[in-house]
Design a protein around this ligand. Structure first.
Ligand code: KIV
Ligand code: ZN
Length: 432
């Protein structure tokens, strides 16, 4: 793969952009093997999980949630396999989820025995609806579940001093929780873990269900960042879902509001409408000139592996990854792209109409950019003839010939490949 070559030149002082932009990538944690897997019609096999894990490592993820071993025997076995077969690079933290229940936490530590670096991710649900309707408990009762969980997490970690432990707590359904109460629970957990005494801690704030516009979520994150104790000693993470279609926007705004870390999945697979799509968020950073710290330059391999593991195909218009996203059918778009590409010299910063980034940065090619159908204009047709056959048409002939191509496309009702365009050209102008 070619590595990313040039970031699009969006200077931070550029007046087209608001003051607040993301200037540094957050830490990324991939939860494909847990949240993504739990949402699949057919959960991943061991071979699929291994393939997904290897891909995530190759892309540069340093924090990877690999399952919920205390709740699922296949997740337990996969965790053991990774550790026993020494398949986890030294700089990668594996993360596992557990509910805040003593027997589950103990089983979680059994799964992690021998790991070099691990994140124990403990959660309980804190929202009003969960407290009232699901658990039938008051605020203090729910807070105690979290605090007891935190105590047991800490006590178990002490039994395995050879592992570098990070503790993570999620107030699940955070977006439906009163902020003062969420902060009270988080503070109580941290009073047990004492991040100020050196214990690495992640506080993960999930939009378990996306309930509001992204700015509201960002305000919630900002509020928590401002109010919780130990702020300078903990990482604030966000975990957004896509119920309103805004998971990426919510994560981006949350980072601007103070979050240090984001969780998500490749292509956004996950419960219901999915988790936050890591590919889109990372590439959004890239297209704004921020190094995403992940290498997504081999997009074809990424979509192949994700499709093979999830058995879900990539939408052709999926941002950055879909088959059609670097394609222009309409004549005016084709014309503009052609002009920009013609003026561009290798090494110039990317400044091409209708293409937010250079497709080659994702392992795609210019050749895929222009495709011809009945909506294409003279520019696109001329571009294809020049590109593929070195035939350069004068303007009057571009106009005349493109009408012929349009008629042919209307008759066959679809796309016309460059071979057919050339044949039409030959039949009309080159044969005597
Ligand atoms: O969506 C969610 O709330 C979760 C938690 C367990 C972090 O997946
Ligand atoms: Zn989730």
């Amino acid at each position: 793969h070619r590595k990313y070559v040039a970031f699009t030149p969006v200077a931070k002082t550029d007046r087209r952009w608001p003051d607040k932009t993301i200037i540094r990538a957050p830490r990324f944690c991939a939860v494909d093997l847990r949240d993504g897997n739990q949402a699949l019609v057919k959960p991943m096999s061991v071979a699929q999980k291994q393939r997904m894990f290897d891909l995530l490592v190759k892309l540069g993820f340093k924090e990877i949630e690999i399952g919920f071993p205390a709740a699922s025997q296949p997740d337990f076995d996969f965790c053991r396999k990774l550790i026993e077969e020494d398949r986890i690079p030294e700089d990668v933290h594996i993360q596992v989820l557990t509910q805040a229940r003593p027997e589950l936490i103990e089983r979680t530590y059994e799964a992690l025995k021998g790991a070099r670096k691990a994140i124990v991710h403990v959660y309980n649900s804190t929202s009003t609806v969960q407290r009232e309707q699901v658990f039938g408990m008051d605020r203090a009762g729910i807070r105690d579940i979290a605090v007891n969980g935190a105590r047991i997490v800490k006590a178990n970690a002490e039994k395995y001093p050879d592992t570098e432990w990070t503790f993570q707590y999620s107030p699940e359904s955070f977006t439906g929780t009163e902020l003062e109460y969420a902060a009270e629970v988080i503070d109580a957990v941290n009073d047990v873990w004492r991040p100020d005494q050196g214990q690495p801690v992640v506080i993960n704030l999930p939009a378990t269900v996306e309930m509001a516009t992204p700015n509201v979520f960002a305000d919630q994150i900002e509020w928590i960042c401002d109010r919780v104790r130990y702020r300078e000693h903990i990482s604030i993470s966000v975990h957004t879902h896509n119920d309103r279609g805004c998971a990426v926007a919510a994560a981006e705004l949350a980072v601007m509001a103070g979050a240090d870390r984001v969780e998500g999945t490749l292509m956004g697979n996950g419960e219901r409408t999915g988790n936050m799509d890591l590919v889109t968020m990372a590439m959004n950073l890239y297209s704004q000139g921020v190094d995403p710290t992940l290498d997504l330059s081999g997009m074809a391999e990424i979509t192949d592996v994700v499709e093979a593991c999830t058995e879900i195909s990539t939408h052709p218009r999926h941002p950055y990854a879909g088959e059609l996203v670097f394609t222009a059918f309409s004549g005016s778009h084709q014309d503009a792209i052609r002009k920009c590409l013609a003026k561009r010299k290798e090494g110039d910063t990317w400044h091409v109409a209708y293409l937010p980034i250079d497709p080659r940065d994702l392992g795609r090619r210019y050749e895929e950019v222009v495709r011809i159908n009945s909506q294409s204009g003279k520019g696109g047709v001329a571009y294809v003839l020049e590109r593929d056959y070195n035939i350069s048409l004068p303007r009057w002939l571009q106009i005349e010939f493109s009408k012929l191509v349009q008629r042919e496309a209307e008759t066959n009702g679809g796309e016309i490949d460059s071979l057919t365009i050339h044949r039409l050209f030959e039949d009309r102008y080159l044969k005597v």
